[in-house]
Ligand binder design. Structure first.
Ligand SMILES: [Zn+2]
Length: 273
């Protein structure tokens, strides 16, 4: 249930791996390094891995009692990709495999130390009640164009076809850099909130509205914070419409730049919002 509805994050958080000889843990799929599944954290590297379902033990060997990692890639890296590999190796440095011990997982949800249906249910309820309070009801109340609202929903759910999301599904993208700035990989957070282009569009909107805001890079937190404390429901619905407008126009512009070879133009996007 949680996988199909995008509620898998906290479920994975409840499982803590105790690394043994690395024969059970899936290197890319399992969340075994306290940073989430490596295929999500290092989606680009994952798309270049030669064995996507490799167990930890398959990606290194013992040398005089010391575990040495040997990761294999389908091609050598571009200059800008090399720091990604170094970062992954840094993560791996802190791990210690133990010969003769089987990998084990521990289940921890509050006071529950052993897996049970009750503890899983507690976790699911906690996910639903704490993570996204009223976010979707606010979104669906917005009187924006249905297609724009749908784009905004995809952004909140991280289901929009950015190059990082495509790569996490194993699709190799020719140029994964953001087409609006050319500086960083096109992730959901980057494209809509961190990118210099997006940042300028948001700033123009704030100037027009006569307010100042911190631009949060997490879509859900950004949407929650985008509104006026103590304002009436109607005013906050208006803010919701602006948010949906900015996000959907950035997405449309990005598609026009890629597929129709249009010029990158901040003012045009602002005017359309
Ligand atoms: Zn960018």
């Amino acid at each position: 249930m949680w996988a199909s509805e995008g509620w898998g994050g906290n479920f994975e958080d409840a499982i803590n791996w105790k690394v043994g000889d690395g024969r059970v843990i899936s290197f890319w799929e399992d969340s075994w390094l306290n940073c989430g599944a490596l295929k999500k954290v290092f989606s680009r590297l994952f798309s270049f891995s030669t064995v996507k379902d490799a167990k930890v033990a398959q990606l290194g060997s013992w040398n005089n009692g010391v575990w040495v990692w040997s990761l294999e890639w389908r091609r050598s890296f571009f200059e800008w990709e090399k720091p990604l590999e170094s970062r992954l190796l840094q993560f791996l440095l802190g791990t210690r495999l133990v010969l003769g011990e089987t990998d084990n997982w521990l289940w921890e949800v509050g006071e529950f130390q052993n897996y049970s249906v009750t503890s899983a249910y507690v976790l699911l309820r906690r996910d639903r009640e704490e993570v996204l309070p009223n976010v979707y009801s606010r979104l669906w109340r917005c009187k924006a164009l249905p297609s724009a609202t749908l784009t905004a929903w995809r952004v909140l759910e991280n289901r929009i076809a950015t190059s990082v999301n495509l790569e996490s599904r194993g699709i190799v993208v020719d140029n994964p850099l953001c087409c609006l700035c050319g500086m960083e990989e096109e992730s959901n957070c980057h494209l809509f909130f961190v990118c210099r282009f997006a940042w300028l569009v948001w700033c123009l909107c704030f100037e027009w509205l006569g307010v100042t805001f911190v631009i949060h890079s997490d879509p859900v937190l950004n949407f929650i914070q985008f509104g006026m404390c103590n304002a009436s429901g109607q005013i906050n619905e208006f803010w919701g419409v602006i948010w949906v407008g900015v996000v959907s126009e950035i997405w449309k512009h990005r598609n026009n730049v890629i597929f129709n070879r249009e010029k990158v133009d901040v003012l045009e996007v602002f005017a359309l919002v």
